[in-house]
Design a protein around this ligand. Structure first.
Ligand code: NAD
Length: 364
């Protein structure tokens, strides 16, 4: 029996609908496995702007920090047509996301790319390439590298010149490498570290530190791959990957490539981790204002994000397995929301999809 305090941040658009279904699943896990979760609902994004004038208040951030973990829906409105966007960028809904990531010290982002056999038709790859399918996670460094380095634009002798810098110190590399090895232990035990060590100094240090960390994990294998090769391998032989460990910009690009080959945005979960067990879990998609309030949203990405919370923040591996198995079972049984609908299946709404998954959660 474990007790956990979970901060729920439903956000805007479809956020409240999908977070409500994820909570239904977490409650079912408590019932089946004898745990107790308590929830604090917090405002962030457009709804916080409406209530407090800013996308994230200090009080909300403190409440998130005081919880054991955070589950987020999505924030933001219709960008071309919303009062939330007639303001400075730091007051827009999405600024809340950046602020909470910084405030919680989230430096590692994990995005899984898993192909359900029932959704193979949505995968843009050829059948012979898909083979037995794929099941990988991309672990991307989130707070260093090129996106956070010094930059400037100048004019030298009438020629415009722009400079960005890519810097990592060994501590930044070590802490994310440790996360990758820990996660590989919960999976198939293979880390592929992706870099550009044939050109970049930062990549050579990345490789060295990854090797040093690997010594503490004799049960996990470490191999290295150059980023250009990795981009090709993802579409040539995706089945070879388990955990991909990489820096910020490479991870940004590769994680989008990996999510594309699953083909279904409503299914993609994500997690961002800190030095402690506190993490932020959210679907990879946005707030989908076009379908908000219509019981059309696919709640599975959020439900799978909640499963990641169970696994990575609470070390409840069996419980996470049970949620993932229930999602697989619902797909096997032919239920689909509109976004993943195909011929011969039964189309259901957001609420019914949550109910069907909850019904299939078993503790053995
Ligand atoms: P989006 O992901 O919200 O929607 C893209 C398309 O996918 C839409 O047609 C939408 O209906 C569909 N879709 C997305 N999630 C779905 C789901 N669960 N089920 C069924 N269909 C789904 O991206 P967008 O339209 O570019 O952005 C909309 C808003 O979301 C903007 O305000 C944007 O800034 C914000 N956004 C927020 C986050 C976040 O909170 N992390 C991420 C991306 C975008």
């Amino acid at each position: 029996m474990m007790e956990k305090k979970i901060a729920l941040i439903p956000g805007d658009g479809i956020g409240p609908e999908i977070v409500r279904e994820a909570r239904k699943i977490l409650d079912k896990v408590c019932e089946k496995f004898g745990h107790s979760f308590t929830y604090t609902e917090l405002l962030m994004g457009g709804c916080s702007i409406d209530a407090y004038g800013v996308p994230l208040t200090d009080e909300t951030l403190e409440a998130a920090k005081a919880s054991d973990s955070v589950l987020l829906g999505a924030v933001g409105g219709n960008v071309g047509n919303s009062r939330w966007y007639d303001v400075a960028p730091n007051l827009r809904p999405e600024a809340g996301l950046l602020a909470i990531r910084k405030g919680l010290g989230l430096f590692a982002n994990i995005r899984p790319a898993y192909l359900y056999k029932e959704l193979k038709a949505a995968c843009p790859l050829r059948e012979d390439i898909i083979g037995e399918g794929f099941d990988m996670v991309i672990m991307r460094e989130l707070t260093g590298g090129l996106y956070f380095g010094e930059r400037h634009t100048e004019e030298v002798d009438g020629v415009r010149k722009a400079t960005d810098t890519l810097t990592y110190d060994e501590n930044e590399i070590r802490r994310i490498a440790i996360k990758a090895f820990e996660i590989a232990r919960k999976r198939k035990g293979n880390v592929i570290s992706v870099d550009k060590a044939n050109v970049l100094d930062s990549s050579r240090l990345w490789r060295q530190v990854a090797e040093e960390v690997a010594k503490d994990y004799p049960d996990v294998t470490l191999t290295h791959m150059l980023v250009d090769n990795c981009a090709m391998q993802l579409v040539m032989n995706p089945g070879q990957f388990d955990v991909i460990l990489t820096e910020n910009m490479f991870g940004d690009i590769l994680s989008d490539e990996a999510s594309m080959i699953t083909g279904s945005i409503g299914m993609l979960s994500s997690a961002s981790l800190s030095e402690t067990k506190l993490g932020l879990y959210e679907p990879s998609h946005g707030s989908a204002p076009d379908i908000a309030g219509k019981d059309l949203a696919n709640p599975i990405a959020t439900i799978l994000s909640a499963a990641m919370m169970l696994r990575y923040s609470f070390d409840m591996d069996k419980e996470a397995d049970a949620v993932e198995a229930a999602v697989s079972k619902v797909l096997e049984d032919g239920y689909r929301t509109g976004d993943i609908m195909s011929e011969g299946c039964t189309q259901v709404g957001t609420i019914q999809m949550g109910d069907l998954i909850a019904e299939r959660i078993e503790s053995n």
